[in-house]
Ligand binder design. Structure first.
Ligand code: SER
Length: 767
C-alpha cells in the first residue's frame, strides 16, 4: 500500500462508521495562544471538549499536520538519529464528542489494525492507565488479544495532556513488536525502536487549569491519534519511517544535490544528515506555508533554529551554498496532494527559506570558525567552555543547540547549567544596568524623566494601578497617587499610555494653580505615567484636572483604525498567510510590518488602498468594547467572533477587548483607541513600501490630517519645481540671448532655435 492508500483507507474506515472527515487545521494555531504549534489532532477540537464550542457532527476523523519541537512534546534530539521521531508528522485521528466512548474506540482500533490492515494480533500490545479496569476489560474481549499483552502503566505513559493546560485524560496505547522473535514485551515504553507506539486512544474526561487543578468536563470524549509515518513503515514492511515513500523521494533528492548515495545506515553522519534535512525541510515547508516566519522570538525562533540546524547538517554533506529551498518542491511533491495549501505556497516557502539560508550562511561560517579555533585549544579537555558557547550565541547569533550539536559530534560536552546561568546573569545585568542609569537620571538633581525612563519606574506598591477612562472621555479629574519630578501617576486618567504600537497621549494636566504640558504618556506595569514638561512639585492626594489633546488623539485613532483595515486588505490581496509583525500608530502616520517575501508591485498597492478607501466610504461604525466589564475571555472571544485575528507571541490578558469593523472584514483583539466610524479617516494612502529584514516588509501610510499634509507637501514640492523650472528657463533664455548677441550683431541666435519650456527636462541631479 502506498502512504496515500493508507491514509485513505483510515479515513474510509471511519467515514463508514459515521465520522465526518474534516480537513487538517493549520500547524500555526493562531487561535490558541497557549500552544506554539499544533501538536495533536485534537487541538482544533479543544473548545468542543471544554464545552465552549460546538460542531455540526458528533464524530470526526482526519489526518492532521503536527509539529513537536518544543514544550511538553518535543522529539528534536531523536530526529534523524532514530527511525521514528520527527519534528513534523501526520496524525491520523478519530474523535467522539460526547458520543461513543471506550468500547467502540478500542473495538474499532483493533478491527482496523488486525482485520482491515491484517496486522498479526500476537505482535500488538495494549497499555492502559494503572486504574483503568474498564479499558483493560474491553481489551480482553477483542479477538486475538491475549491477557498477557495488556499492560498497565502510570501517569507518565498513560495519561495524556496536550500542554500545561487543557483537556486531558487516561489513555490506552497500542504498541507493535517488531523484534524477530516477538519477545518485545519488556521493551514497551522503553524507548526502543523495535517496540513502537503506533496509536494512542485518549479518553478525555478532565480539564487542567492554570493552577494545575483537574476538573471533570461536562461530557466524556474520545481522542485518538495514530502516527502516520509509523503505521506506513509497518504496513510497507520497512525498518524505518525514513525508508517509506513519505521520505525516500526527499532523501534521494538531497543525496543527488550532495552528489552522494544514501545507504540507510543508522549512524553514518552523512545518512543522519540526509534524514535530519528531510525531516526539517518538511517541518519548514509546512510551517511557513501555514503562515509561520523565521524570527527572533516564540514560534518564529523555533522555525529559525530548525532552519539553521538543517543548514548546518548540509555542511556535513558538503553543501555550502543555500540548498534547503530546493528541498521544498520535493516536499510538496510528496505531501501537496493531501495538503494543497503547501503546493499553493511552494514559491513563498522557497523564497523565505532561501533568504534565511543566505543570511545565516555568513553567521554559520564565522561561528564554525570560532568553534573550531576554541575546540583546537582545548588540549585534553573534553568540555567546550560554556562561556565560549555563550559568546557564540550572544555575539554571533549562533544558537546554543547548534553549539551543543557540533560539540557532541566532536565528543565534547557543554555545561548547559552554566550556559543558562550566563544567560540569566546577562539578563539581570541588563535589568540592573537600566535601572542604575535611570536612578541616576531621575534622582541626580536636575535631570528629568524621559519617555524611556518613565517606562521603568518601579511601582512601590500594588495600589499603584491606574484606571484608564479615555475610551469614552478626553478629560477628567483625579487624585494624584504619586509624583516624582516631572512624572505623575493618578488614580484614573483619560490619557492613553503608549502600547500596542499606539503612541501615548499628550495634553494638559493642571493642579496647585499651575498647568503642565503632558508631553507623553507611558505605562510602567499597571501604572499610567504622565510625563510633564517640567518638575511639578505635586503631592499624593492633590486633585488635578486632566485634558487630552483631542485633535492629536483623533488623528492617532484614525491611523489605528486604518491599521486594522489595512491588515485585512493586505491579507486579501497578498494571501492569508500574511500576519502583522509590528506596528506604529502615530497622529501623523502609521507603519505596519508584516511577513511577505517580495516587493509589492504598484497595482497591488493600489488594490490594497482601494479596499481600505472603500471601507472608509461605506461609513462603517467601529464597534469597540470600551467597558472592561464587557471584555471577554479568549474562549468567549473566539466563540462570538469566529474570525477574530490573534497573534501568537502576543500576551493577551485574562480578558480581551474586541474591536470590530464589519464582522465579515476586521475583528481584532486590541486595547487601542479608534475612530467611531470609518469615514472619520477621510482618505487612506500608502506613502512607502520597503523591506526591513528577510521576509518582512513595511508599509507607511497616512489618513485624514496626515493625508492632507502629504498632499500639501506634494503640491508645495510641485510649486518649488515650477519655480525652479521657471528660473532655469529664464537663465536658459538669458544665456541664449547672450550667445546670440555675441555671435550675431543682429541679435538672432545662429544655431538651434530658442529653448521652449517643453524642451527642458529636469533630472534629480538638477534639483
Ligand atoms: N491526543 C493524543 C495524542 O496526541 C491522541 O490523539 O497522542
Amino acid at each position: 500500500m502506498t502512504s496515500h492508500d493508507i491514509r485513505e483507507s483510515f479515513l474510509d474506515f471511519f467515514r463508514s462508521r459515521g465520522h465526518a472527515i474534516v480537513p487538517s487545521a493549520p500547524v500555526i494555531p493562531a487561535e490558541d495562544p497557549t500552544l506554539l504549534f499544533t501538536n495533536a489532532g485534537m487541538n482544533q477540537f479543544k473548545d468542543v471538549f471544554l464545552g465552549t464550542g460546538k460542531r455540526p457532527y458528533a464524530r470526526a476523523a482526519d489526518s492532521q499536520k503536527c509539529i513537536r519541537v518544543s514544550g511538553k512534546h518535543n522529539d528534536l534530539e531523536e530526529v534523524g538519529r532514530d527511525t521514528y521521531h520527527h519534528t513534523f508528522f501526520e496524525m491520523l485521528g478519530n474523535w467522539s464528542f460526547g458520543d461513543y466512548y471506550k468500547e467502540e474506540a478500542i473495538a474499532w482500533a483493533w478491527e482496523l489494525l488486525t482485520r482491515e490492515w491484517g496486522l498479526d494480533p500476537s505482535r500488538l500490545y495494549a497499555t492502559v492507565f494503572d486504574t483503568d479496569d474498564e479499558a483493560a476489560a474491553i481489551w480482553r474481549k477483542q479477538r486475538g488479544m491475549d491477557e498477557r499483552r495488556i499492560l498497565r502503566f502510570a501517569k507518565k505513559d498513560n495519561f495524556w495532556e496536550m500542554g500545561e493546560t487543557g483537556p486531558c485524560g487516561p489513555c490506552s496505547e497500542i504498541h507493535i513488536d517488531m523484534t524477530p522473535d516477538a519477545s518485545g514485551a519488556p521493551l514497551v515504553n522503553a524507548g526502543d525502536p523495535r517496540v513502537m507506539e503506533i496509536w494512542n486512544l485518549v479518553f478525555i474526561q478532565y480539564n487542567r487549569d492554570e493552577r494545575g487543578n483537574l476538573s471533570p468536563l461536562p461530557a466524556r470524549h474520545v481522542d485518538t491519534g495514530m502516527g502516520f509515518e509509523r503505521i506506513t513503515a509497518v504496513l510497507q514492511e520497512k525498518n524505518s519511517n525514513y525508508d517509506t515513500d513519505l521520505f525516500m523521494p526527499i532523501i534521494d533528492g538531497i543525496a543527488a544535490m550532495a552528489g552522494r548515495r544514501y545507504h540507510r545506515s543508522a549512524d553514518s553522519p552523512p545518512d543522519v544528515a540526509m534524514r535530519v534535512i528531510a525531516d526539517h525541510a518538511r517541518m519548514l515547508t509546512i510551517s511557513i506555508a501555514d503562515g509561520g516566519m523565521p524570527s527572533n522570538e516564540g514560534r518564529g525562533y523555533v522555525i529559525r533554529r530548525i532552519l539553521r540546524r538543517a543548514s548546518r547538517f548540509g555542511r556535513n554533506l558538503g553543501l555550502h551554498e543555500p540548498f534547503l529551498h530546493l528541498v521544498v518542491p520535493l516536499v510538496t511533491d510528496v505531501l501537496g496532494g493531501q495538503y494543497p495549501e503547501i503546493s499553493a505556497r511552494r514559491e513563498h516557502c522557497g523564497n523565505i527559506i532561501r533568504g534565511e539560508e543566505e543570511s545565516f550562511n555568513v553567521t554559520l561560517d564565522r561561528g564554525l570558525e570560532i568553534f573550531g579555533s576554541v575546540a583546537g585549544r582545548l588540549g585534553r579537555s573534553t568540555e567546550f567552555p560554556a562561556g565560549e558557547a555563550f559568546k557564540l550565541y550572544d555575539t554571533f547569533g549562533f544558537p546554543f543547540d547548534l553549539t551543543r550539536l557540533i560539540a557532541a559530534e566532536k565528543g565534547l560536552s557543554v555545561d548547559e547549567a552554566r550556559f543558562a546561568a550566563l544567560m540569566e546573569r546577562q539578563k539581570a545585568q541588563s535589568r540592573s544596568g537600566r535601572s542604575g542609569r535611570e536612578t541616576g537620571q531621575a534622582t541626580g538633581g536636575s535631570l528629568l524623566y524621559t519617555s524611556e525612563t518613565a517606562r521603568r519606574i518601579e511601582a512601590p506598591a500594588d495600589d499603584r494601578k491606574s484606571e484608564f477612562t479615555g475610551y469614552d472621555q478626553l478629560d477628567g479629574t483625579a487624585a494624584v497617587r504619586a509624583a516624582d519630578r516631572n512624572v505623575v501617576v493618578v488614580e484614573a486618567t483619560p490619557f492613553y499610555a503608549e502600547s500596542g504600537g499606539q503612541v501615548g497621549d499628550s495634553g494638559i494636566l493642571s493642579g496647585s494653580g499651575q498647568s503642565f504640558v503632558v508631553v507623553d504618556t507611558q505605562r510602567s506595569g499597571d501604572m499610567i505615567v504622565h510625563l510633564l514638561d517640567r518638575v511639578c512639585g505635586l503631592r499624593p492626594g492633590e486633585t488635578v484636572e486632566l485634558r487630552v489633546d483631542g485633535d492629536r488623539r483623533a488623528e492617532t485613532a484614525s491611523n489605528h483604525t486604518a491599521t486594522h483595515l489595512v491588515h485585512e486588505a493586505l491579507r486579501r490581496v497578498l494571501g492569508e498567510q500574511l500576519h502583522q509583525q509590528g506596528s506604529l500608530v502615530a497622529p501623523d502616520r502609521l507603519r505596519f510590518d508584516f511577513n511577505h517575501h517580495e516587493k509589492i508591485p504598484p497595482d497591488k498597492i493600489r488594490a490594497i488602498e482601494n479596499i481600505v478607501n472603500e471601507k472608509i466610504a461605506l461609513r462603517i461604525p467601529v464597534h469597540a468594547l470600551n467597558d472592561p466589564k464587557e471584555w471577554l475571555t479568549i474562549g468567549e472571544a473566539k466563540r462570538r467572533y469566529p474570525n477574530v485575528k490573534m497573534f501568537f507571541g502576543e500576551k493577551y490578558g485574562h480578558r480581551v477587548r474586541i474591536v470590530e469593523i464589519d464582522p465579515a472584514f476586521s475583528v481584532e483583539l486590541c486595547g487601542g483607541t479608534h475612530s467611531r466610524i470609518t469615514s472619520a479617516l477621510g482618505f487612506f494612502k500608502i506613502v512607502s513600501e520597503s523591506g526591513i529584514s528577510s521576509g518582512v516588509r513595511r508599509i507607511e501610510a497616512v489618513t485624514g490630517a496626515g493625508f492632507r499634509e502629504y498632499i500639501e507637501a506634494g503640491i508645495a514640492e510641485t510649486g518649488i519645481l515650477d519655480a525652479q523650472l521657471e528660473t532655469l528657463l529664464r537663465e536658459g533664455e538669458e544665456l541664449a540671448r547672450q550667445l546670440g548677441a555675441a555671435a550675431s550683431p543682429s541679435g538672432q541666435p545662429p544655431g538651434p532655435a530658442p529653448i521652449a519650456p517643453g524642451d527642458i527636462s529636469i533630472g534629480a541631479a538638477d534639483l
